[in-house]
Design a protein around this ligand. Sequence first.
Ligand SMILES: C[S@@+](CC[C@H](N)C(=O)[O-])C[C@H]1O[C@@H](n2cnc3c(N)ncnc32)[C@H](O)[C@@H]1O
Length: 190
Amino acid sequence: MSDILLYILLLLLLIIVLVIFVVSIVAIYFFISSCFMRYPPPIPSSGRLKDKVLEDICAYLQDKEGLTFMDLGSGWGTLLLPLAKRFPQHRFIGVERAFTPYAASVLRAHNLPNLHFEHGDIFKTDIKRCDVIFCFLMQKLMDGLTPRLKENLRSGAYVYSCRFTCPNWPPERTVSLGTPYETFYVYRQE
Ligand SMILES: C[S@@+](CC[C@H](N)C(=O)[O-])C[C@H]1O[C@@H](n2cnc3c(N)ncnc32)[C@H](O)[C@@H]1O
């Protein structure tokens, strides 16, 4: 009996060590990626800013039919899932280069026929098909992406960018909750 107890304790200890190991690896990954700042980590939009931008997007989508909405750098699909559930009349596409969040998004979207995820690069995907684009990236990425958006988007298309601006493109609206971290910009293609 005491042997069994010892085995159980050892097993528990092993599980705890494994969990600590995995959490440390994830923390180190986020730390390194944020130090080098080449790519934003797959952190979902959250909190007050996400609520506010979702409210704004929903108000726009509400009375429209058959739009194509794309999240460039869709992470874990956190933004698209509630939108696809609420608006079955629109098509939602997420583009994500990191495999793990992409795969998790595909699993989460399995019962939503109007939601698709593509494993790929936001600089290569076809954005001409989009009526609304959403970005929560980094300033450096927005600097590179903006000329592509301006060149390829159809007239009347909208771009929502959380926190970061599209350079040399005056926003139609700026919505701020008080700090630059809690601000989003809405651009309209001429
Ligand atoms: C801050 S997260 C935003 C996630 C999601 N849009 C949201 O609001 O919840 C940015 C995502 O962009 C992805 N990303 C960055 N550069 C990319 C690229 N060139 N192609 C595709 N995805 C990219 C990152 O992997 C990350 O998951």
